[in-house]
Design a binder for this molecule. Structure first.
Ligand code: PMP
Ligand code: GLU
Length: 397
């Protein structure tokens, strides 16, 4: 009995796998600081929960249009409007989280063997999603000296006759880096020149930590660029709604129709109650989202400073999202007890086994010598987790 070759190549999400290991340890009563999955520790805003209760009481429990209820698609169109993007509601498809929106988008554009340019460090699931859709991910290693941002020259070098699309993720998971409008314009022009799709994952667009730095969507940089771009977003991060599973894609009308067709034959509409909750999130919970942003910024400032004060560790200051990408290369080549520390994965294992701190090693993101710390966790855990990392370094190096 042979399983699908494509399916056998798919790895479990390393971020979610680490989160599962944390849950196992905690079930044994061990106090683990969890810096693994990027999941806000906040509760979903009250008005969102109330909208869901109301939807249930009103028996809003049937199938809805498969691309989502019109009011919600309109609300997402308005949300994009605040970023200078004009979309009709028919160009929006509401999906089960932005992960599902990405899967739909790649299903809609890829044929077997088509290549997708993926700048690394990348969010882990891009690789497996592209593979699931029959595509071939082509990773491009960015340089730390360029703030982990891909350059048009690097894209040019990776181009082949099979290249079909490029992924851009700004603000970026795992580095927290943000592209400027000029950089995005160059990438957009490269895509136009080479007739490529752009998959622009903007799930962290509301999580930027500078009044001066505004989110720029690549799709806002000209009609030619917009036509070939799929903007991906969702509410998991900005509204503490990871479990509700609400994401969306916005694209050219024809592509949106194809994406909706795919969804109609796979998951149908997303949960009806979650749609009403999402509508409340977009229309009533702006203050809650702004409050969470303040907390994330405070945590970022604290953790970035504390980690860079620890000998042998360094990091760039993230400008968005809620991750710190920490260079651990100076720890490599040493031994800690029975552990030989040769890779970032070894650093993560010792931190988890001996210091009860869960981080994700950078091989999960197609990069070496770094660990990712998610600071979307309570200030108590941020402080305690950094204290443990500091102890780990001071005791062993
Ligand atoms: N894109 C990026 C860059 C992410 O970090 C994540 C998950 N945290 C997602 C997409 C998927 O999020 P969700 O499916 O919860 O919307
Ligand atoms: N995307 C989050 C992360 O990077 C959550 C885990 C996942 O969806 O894989 O940690």
């Amino acid at each position: 009995m042979k399983l699908s070759k494509i399916a056998l190549e798919i790895c479990p999400s390393p971020t979610l796998s680490m989160a599962a290991r944390v849950a196992e340890k905690r079930a044994q009563g061990i106090d683990v600081v969890d810096f693994s999955a990027g999941e806000p520790d906040f509760d979903t805003p009250e008005c969102v929960k109330q909208a869901a209760v109301k939807a249930l009481e009103e028996n809003f429990t049937h199938y809805t249009p498969y691309a989502g209820i019109r009011e919600l698609r309109e609300a997402f169109a308005q949300y994009l409007g605040t970023m200078g993007l004009e979309y009709d509601y028919t160009q929006i498809v509401v999906s089960n989280g932005s992960k599902h929106a990405l899967k739909n988008a790649f299903s809609a554009i890829l044929d077997a063997g088509d290549e997708v340019l993926v700048p690394a460090p990348y969010w882990n699931s891009y690789i497996d999603i592209v593979k699931m859709c029959g595509g071939v991910p082509v990773t491009i290693k960015t340089l730390k000296s360029n703030g982990f941002r891909v350059t048009p020259k690097q894209l040019e070098e990776a181009l082949t006759p099979r290249t079909k699309a490029v992924i851009i993720n700004s603000p970026n998971n795992p580095t927290g880096m943000v592209y400027s409008a000029d950089e995005l314009l160059e990438i957009g022009n490269f895509a136009v020149k080479n007739d490529l799709f752009i998959i622009s994952d903007e799930i962290y667009c509301k999580l930027i930590y500078s009044k001066k730095l505004l989110h720029c969507s690549i799709a806002s940089l000209g009609e030619e660029i917009k036509k070939r771009t799929v903007v991906i977003g969702g509410l998991s991060k900005s509204h503490a709604m990871t479990g509700w599973r609400v994401g969306f894609s916005a694209s050219d009308a024809e592509l949106a129709r194809v994406i909706a067709n795919i969804q109609s034959n796979s998951t149908s509409n997303i949960n009806s109650i979650a749609q009403k909750a999402a509508l409340a999130a977009l229309t009533q919970a702006q203050d809650d989202a702004a409050e969470m942003l303040k907390h994330f910024e405070h945590r970022r400032d604290y953790i970035a400073q504390r980690i860079s004060d620890i000998p042998f560790l360094s990091n760039l200051l993230p400008k968005g999202a809620f991750y710190l990408f920490v260079d651990v290369s100076k720890l490599l080549g040493e031994s800690v007890g029975e552990y030989k520390i040769e890779t970032a994965g070894d650093v993560a294992e010792v931190l988890f086994d001996k210091y009860n701190v869960a981080v994700v090693p950078s091989d999960a993101f197609g990069f070496e010598d770094h660990i990712r710390i998610s600071y979307a966790t309570s200030m108590r855990d941020v402080v305690e987790g950094v204290n443990r990392i500091e102890r780990f370094v001071k005791e062993n190096f």
